[in-house]
Structure formats: structure tokens, C-alpha cells
Design a binder for this molecule. Structure first.
Ligand code: FE
Length: 261
């Protein structure tokens, strides 16, 4: 499995605090079947600044240390970039990193609202041939109330990533419901852990995919996992499964029955 959003680099943000934390997270990821991780330390969120060059240096060093420790996992560069006024200029100054050297960038909105100029930002990024992935929209208060506003951003050219812990109830019932309803509505393109620490917030990626398979069918797991691979390969996002999913799964089984005939 591929995890496109993690805070595994030590000492850069509120994720891994030390190399021991990083090592524990990397070993936990391997034991869950994760082979590839994109490190996405917070950047420009008002608390943490982790520019491209710093992230690249740390990623190189951590990969060397993980090889030395015999942990079979590959870490790629990335950032979780907070939406801010200077974002496009920062891109031109080469302070920002896409995910794993692709054209996908992970961007984070404030948790309370969708920034006013968000649609324009999505357009501007598209003009630069960048594909913005909105991190955990299910945790954004405005999206929870008005999911159609996320749909507008997707229509404008954005993609969206849901967090494993949201799907599995780790952030409470409301966020859990929001996560599943966005996923079932087809507004989600990626699942990832946003892992910060093995005990406080681990990966749970396999668990989340298993839950998606139970509730929505394995074609959705294939779709989401293929999209994560597309980020690494810098390929387009795949077409969504055509299966219709009802809240209790009844309609899905009905439709699948006819598709199988
Ligand atoms: Fe994050």
C-alpha cells in the first residue's frame, strides 16, 4: 500500500518528534503492509515552516537511516501546504514541493471554513499544471455543513483525500459520517493516514480499506489504491466505479446482481 499523507519526518512538525518515533512509525507501516510513504510535514500553517530544501534534505537522510536499520520502506518528499496568500509566489520561489516529484500537491484549508479565494487558487494551480489534493475535507466545518462546496472545488479541478481515522470514527461520529458521505458521493479520490505518531495517530490504512470494501465493494478499494499509485507515477486519476452505493448497501447489491448477469 501507498500512503500519500504522513508526518513521519522527525522534529519538523507535530508528527514524529525523534528518529526513534520515525523508526517506530516506519516499522508499524511495514507491518501493516505499507511499502511507500510520502512525507508531508506541515508548511506555512502559522506554526511550522518546512521549505522544499529542508524536506528534501531530511527525507534523504531518513531513507539512509531506514536502510541502515533494515526497514524496507521508501519515503518520498512532499508537504502539507496551508492555503495562504503567498502560496503561488512561494511556488515560484521553489519553496514548495509536490508529492513525490509529481504534479500533485497536498493543500490544507483551515478547519473552520473554505477560504474565499479557494476556487481561484485551484484554477491558478491548474494553470501551473499542478493538481491540488485537498487534505481531509471531511474535517472542514464548512464542508461538513455544505458538501456541495467541496463538489464545486472538485469541479474546478481539485481532488480530495479522506483520512483513515475519520472513516474509522477516531474524530467522532460527525466527522465519521461526513467522511463516508463524501466518499459515497464520489467526492474523494484518496485515502491516507495523516499519521503523526504510532500510538496517538497511527496508519490504520489496511483497516480503512477493509471497511471501504465491506461497505462499498472492492472496486472502490481498487480505485482508491490505483489513484495513490497514480500520484507516484504522475499519472491521471482513474475513473470512479459505476456501482451505486446506498447508505445500507442494499442498492449496491441489487445493482451488482444485474451487472453480474
Ligand atoms: Fe496532515
Amino acid at each position: 500500500m501507498i500512503d500519500i499523507h504522513t508526518h513521519i519526518l522527525p522534529g519538523l512538525d507535530d508528527g514524529a518528534a525523534s528518529f526513534d518515533d520515525t523508526l517506530n512509525m516506519a516499522r508499524a507501516a511495514v507491518s501493516e503492509g505499507i511499502t511507500t510513504i510520502i512525507a508531508t510535514p506541515h508548511h506555512a500553517n502559522g506554526t511550522y515552516t518546512n521549505t522544499a530544501i529542508d524536506v528534501a534534505k531530511h527525507t534523504l537522510s531518513i531513507n539512509e537511516q531506514l536502510i541502515a536499520a533494515g526497514v524496507p520502506i521508501a519515503i518520498h518528499t512532499g508537504q502539507e501546504i496551508r492555503v495562504h496568500d503567498d502560496l503561488l509566489d512561494a511556488w515560484y520561489r521553489k519553496e514548495l514541493l509536490p508529492l513525490a516529484g509529481s504534479s500533485y500537491v497536498l493543500i490544507e484549508m483551515p478547519s473552520s471554513r473554505i477560504p474565499k479565494a479557494m476556487i481561484e487558487l485551484v484554477h491558478e494551480l491548474n494553470v501551473l499544471k499542478l493538481k491540488p489534493i485537498i487534505a481531509h475535507p471531511e474535517r472542514n466545518a464548512e464542508v461538513v455543513k455544505h458538501p456541495d462546496r467541496l463538489a464545486e472545488l472538485i469541479e474546478a479541478g481539485a481532488f480530495a483525500q479522506v483520512t483513515t481515522h475519520s472513516l474509522l470514527g477516531g474524530f467522532g461520529k460527525r466527522i465519521e459520517q461526513s467522511a463516508w458521505s463524501l466518499l459515497k458521493a464520489g467526492h474523494i479520490h484518496f485515502v491516507s493516514s495523516d499519521a503523526h505518531h504510532i500510538e496517538r495517530r497511527g496508519f490504520r490504512l489496511g483497516e480503512a480499506y477493509a471497511s471501504i470494501e465491506r461497505r462499498m465493494g472492492e472496486q472502490w478499494v481498487t480505485y482508491l489504491q490505483s489513484n495513490a499509485q497514480s500520484v507516484l507515477d504522475d499519472k491521471p486519476i482513474h475513473n470512479q466505479p459505476i456501482t451505486i452505493v446506498s447508505s445500507d448497501g442494499v442498492l449496491r447489491r441489487f445493482i451488482s446482481y444485474f451487472y453480474k448477469k
